[in-house]
Design a protein around this ligand. Sequence first.
Ligand code: ZN
Length: 450
Amino acid sequence: MTDALVIEGCAIATVDAAGTEHADGHVVIEDGRIVAVGEGAAPQSTPPARRIDGRGCLATPGLVNCHHHLYQWATRGYAQQSTLFEWLVALYPVWQHIDAATVDAAARAGLAALARSGCTTSTDHHYIFPARAGDLLEVEIAAARAIGLRFHPCRGAMDLGRSQGGLPPDDVVEDRDAILAASAEAIDRFHDPAPGAMVRIALAPTSPFSVTGELMRETAELARARGVRLHTHLAETADEEVFCLERFGVRPLEYVESLGWLGDDVWLAHCVHLNADEAARMGATGTGVAHCPTSNGRLGAGIAPVPALLRAGAPVGLGVDGAASNECGELVDELRAALVLARVAHGPAALTARDALELATRHGARCLGREDELGHLSPGALADIALWELDEPGFAGIADPVAALAFGPTRPVHTLLVGGRAVVDGGELRTADPVILAADLARESARLAP
Ligand SMILES: [Zn+2]
């Protein structure tokens, strides 16, 4: 057993099932897990190796990022006024030149941004594997290990090129058998099903307009045989709905359901264009949503019906989406964007500050199948904790700390613990040098620029 770590003197939003909060509380951590959470000072029976003075701070569960494309950190600022399809057509020719150096620089920069914005667990959806580009999945897993975040990378794929009626050019798609073999290999090499895992794999054909139905169906069979989760983009734009109606004769959700793609082992990015029956179907099947409000705003796609999805019982996590459609990529921003955009669409009672925090934590953990040990501060849960400093002028005078975090200005997290290890401390990233990250990212971005 390692020595205990104690956080004291802070407000605590545990985001447990009962919504327990403490105005001035403590968290005790041993061996990477939380052993006690409560009001007042920590029990004196625990001699801590380190005591964190949390006065002026709010402790929350570490945020969970449910959708990302880390490689896109090297291709930001393109196609600024484009729809999703226009933006993809502009970017595919740039993306076909990515390689291991691109993914390494982009993933480190992107994961560092996530860490500084309170994220302790992130997924990534990587779906472009140019020939001779190197082992891109291994590269991004190494980057996550270096930055120190829990990581759920998806082995993505595209097999429906333009000549077959898909959107991507033929030279960025892969052969279906090669994709399935690479997916099985990714599970064999990297997936850790054990409690407390730092890396778990999911399988993720990219979208209805870039993959075949055969790949979707066979990927679902493989994932279920191997006990890993499924992820894809769905119902992001009106253009996708037209594509599905013209090509398959059904709307996007009905299409993926026919391929075995609804269930509590599936989470879908976006789900903007769902009608009331489809939102209910998501809840009834326990299918998760990765809600990406800033990306949806950036591409003018619309906004997901989050209140209806929550009423239906669907898990709704938050995602930054790829940094080419969200040039920021900081997760705490999505908490605020989810809050204000739900209210633009549905009025001021649509989502509360606490609802938004729950999406960013417990719901995100459900999307990734980790709700038993992530997304809440409870005895037995992993010690993935964000400590937000709220006594500076940007927040001073807001009596409700959760409202201050959700409605207030964006600031880097003060302290970020992943399994009890400090990845951010005193507002500074402890696992990488931001100057080197920025230089590497600028070099790779310049190399890819057309
Ligand atoms: Zn995406």
